[in-house]
Ligand binder design. Sequence first.
Ligand SMILES: Nc1ncnc2c1ncn2[C@@H]1O[C@H](COP(=O)(O)OP(=O)(O)OP(=O)(O)O)[C@@H](O)[C@H]1O
Ligand SMILES: [Mg+2]
Length: 397
Amino acid sequence: MRVMGILSGTSMDGIDVAVVEVAGEDGTPGVPPCFFTTSPYPRDLRDALEGVALSGREVSAGTLASLNVAVGEAFSEAACQALRAIDGVELIGSHGQTIAHDPSPPAGGGRPATLQIGEPAVIAQRTGLTVVANFRSADVAAGGQGAPLVPLFDFLTLRSEHESRAVLNLGGIANLTFLPAGCAAEHVRAFDTGPANMPLDEAVRFLFEDAGAYDRDGRIAAQGRISEDLVIRLLADPYFAQEPPKSAGAEQFGPQFVAEAVRLGRALGLAAADVVASLTEVSARSVIAAVPAQCERLIVSGGGTHNPFLMGRLVTHAARSHPRLAVETSDRHGIPVDAKEAMAFAVLAYRTLHGRCGTLPAATGAREPVVAGTIVPGKNYAHLMRAVWDAAPREGT
Ligand SMILES: Nc1ncnc2c1ncn2[C@@H]1O[C@H](COP(=O)(O)OP(=O)(O)OP(=O)(O)O)[C@@H](O)[C@H]1O
Ligand SMILES: [Mg+2]
């Protein structure tokens, strides 16, 4: 079955669309994807989302309802463009845009909750296709973090019979999946090691007063000097010592973390580029410190792979502490670095349609695995359900 995955990550740098051929009972995807593209959000929508998403700011129900439809329209536009370029897509998995994620609020601080917007009914209406969305809520309802959800995809595509591997995504946050040699799904471990690009984007925007900027190609960090003092102080953040399962977001490594880094940097007499270089070093060091010693290969994806300074520091630290560890990008395995997460949500949608669990409790901390997501029927729903029924194993056969 040809399935499309659509996603916009926490950085809101664009809407990723991937189309993969998914087959079999477990939903193993063919690699490379048949199609992949990233298209930017309309500027005004991105501005509106930045005012709301993960900001903790008050927002009216009407504004939220309208944004939900606006994101649905932007995702539909990206989906329809892809459908003009590639035939035969039958199902869409839409992650949506996370605007709130608080799976473990402090006592008295509300209920465990996560919210991704991008109305799936709009996508189903405009594409005519059945859409699976709202992938995180069932896991949160089962006591989990609702994240990370990509480890099952890592297991299906990158597990090796002979080699212990770690799979790393350098998005806003750094997500690590550990796949011991010959592992079964229940042996997969996954968690957020801490920051990747989020504090770098935030620091560049704050220090250089440039709203949409980021450290393109790591050029700012390359002009700076890593301050060991600052790095050590930032690595003292309690998140790094916390035992997994754990997940991080803007609450841990967003504006407050960067404000502290800037304050310390000023006290140490550092230049702006030194702060960016040191924050990049914190991302690299915290990732490598979390890679299990027996790992032989580290397979990296996400926007951070485009930052040579970050990748250089990663390789340097890997060589020091894990001399047997080969570091490479997921491209080598047929998974384009920017396409992996969209591919993963295509696989999850397929599994949901077939009634298969999409989560790993060892990664999310949930009581049990769950079939993830809400199915919104499109015009092809009856046809799809017949195909699923025909493919279902029969008792006694
Ligand atoms: N050429 C580049 N040089 C440096 N950094 C880059 C480059 N291209 C992308 N990035 C970084 O990658 C980030 C986007 O990465 P990605 O799309 O993987 O994250 P995301 O959309 O936030 O997803 P997630 O929700 O998984 O964190 C950008 O915000 C930027 O910091
Ligand atoms: Mg992105």
